[in-house]
Design a protein around this ligand. Structure first.
Ligand SMILES: NC(=O)c1ccc[n+]([C@@H]2O[C@H](COP(=O)([O-])OP(=O)(O)OC[C@H]3O[C@@H](n4cnc5c(N)ncnc54)[C@H](OP(=O)(O)O)[C@@H]3O)[C@@H](O)[C@H]2O)c1
Length: 330
């Protein structure tokens, strides 16, 4: 079978061209049992993703404590840097002791240097705050990020996983102070985690903010690899609590609908789930997290799956999304 033709879009209201899938790089490391833990295999997945036309890669300083950024850096030096859009994040703990986490000016200015070094690049295309920092005024964070944009170390800034009021406050403050504005939001969003429809997604639609959903397959739940009647012995859910928490009656009902639509169309549940995200007007580029080349190829082929309004309604019917404050604690 020939490779699907990659599609590109501009990220939110910016002119930045990104592939319709972003390659999530959290699996490239050895921090957790469910990660790849094999550099050569990680390199092969990144190479194949770029070969398939993916030009957008998402990592974070905290992913396996810098290991993911280093692996990405080793691979991208072989490619045309101008074509690639490299995204990373700051906020999470990078060690014990004071000033090792959060969004203070000091921590951001320290961490950007570490990320640039591990990524082996002079600039980061999209620098994202991984979470909201309750202890640092957002003006301080925005001022530090604005400085990075002004000095050319960062091209665009983005945010992830927070309450809509916090994100709105940040946009308002940057407009007020004439600081660089967040151009992109990274929320958890997939067919079984739809709470962001009641939180940050309406803000993004209104403000022209790019949306790059994380865990687009619910950590693997939406691939249909698990069964309602048995405990997971393999796959991420076997060792990752957050993935296992998705095993609820309501989510199994979503998966029933996904399997039904997939059977009717002769495609896989993962492809239906990803195609549903690609059909959401607010979504630019779901961040897929393949653990093998087979996963990657199967997932990217979702580009060729089109869903009717009736199919989308069936997939959405089992859920009635509500926003819960503790989602921001993820
Ligand atoms: N901003 C944030 O706070 C945040 C949080 C989480 C993730 N992220 C970003 O989002 C990216 C993706 O997140 P995610 O890894 O949770 O995404 P995901 O696509 O929901 O889950 C990926 C996992 O599902 C399984 N899988 C994927 N494709 C499959 C297929 N075709 N068939 C069978 N199993 C398949 C694999 O796990 P197994 O093979 O182990 O079952 C894989 O590791 C991350 O790499 C990271 O860049 C950001």
């Amino acid at each position: 079978m020939s490779d699907p033709e990659m599609e590109y879009t501009t990220l939110g209201d910016t002119g930045l061209e990104v592939s319709r899938f972003c390659l999530g790089c959290m699996n490239f490391g050895s921090d957790r049992e469910w990660m790849i833990g094999d550099e050569e295999r990680s390199h092969e997945i990144i190479d194949r993703a770029i070969d398939l036309g993916i030009n957008f890669l998402d990592t974070a300083n905290v992913y396996s404590h810098g290991e993911s950024e280093r692996i990405v850096g080793d691979v991208i030096e072989e490619y045309d840097r101008e074509e690639l859009v490299i995204a990373t994040k700051v906020y999470g703990s990078m060690g014990d002791g004071p000033n090792k986490q959060g969004l203070s000016r000091k921590h951001i200015l320290d961490q950007v240097e570490g990320s640039l070094d591990r990524l082996g690049t002079d600039y980061i295309d999209l620098y994202q705050i991984h979470r909201w920092d309750e202890t640092t005024p957002i003006e301080e964070t925005l001022h530090a990020l604005d400085h990075l944009v002004e000095t050319g170390k960062v091209r665009y800034i983005g945010a992830s996983t927070m309450a809509a009021w916090q994100f709105t406050q940040a946009l308002y403050e940057s407009d007020l102070d004439d600081y660089a504005r967040f151009t992109c939001m990274q929320p958890q969003y997939n067919l079984v985690d739809r709470q962001e429809e009641e939180n940050v997604l309406p803000v993004c639609a209104d403000q022209g903010i790019g949306v790059v959903p994380w865990s687009p397959l619910g950590g693997g739940f939406l691939t249909g690899k698990y069964d309602r009647d048995s405990e997971p012995e393999e796959g991420r859910a076997a060792t990752d609590e957050h993935t296992y928490e998705r095993f609820t009656d309501e989510n199994w009902a979503v998966l029933d609908a996904v399997r039904e639509v997939a059977d009717e169309k002769g495609v896989t549940p993962a492809q239906v789930s990803l195609a549903w995200l690609l059909h959401q007007p607010v979504v630019d580029s779901p961040i897929i997290g393949p653990r093998s080349i087979d996963h990657l190829e199967e997932n990217v082929a979702a580009l060729d799956v089109s869903l009717s309004d009736e199919e989308r309604e069936r997939l959405e019917a089992p859920k009635n999304p509500v926003w819960s404050r503790n989602i921001a604690d993820l």
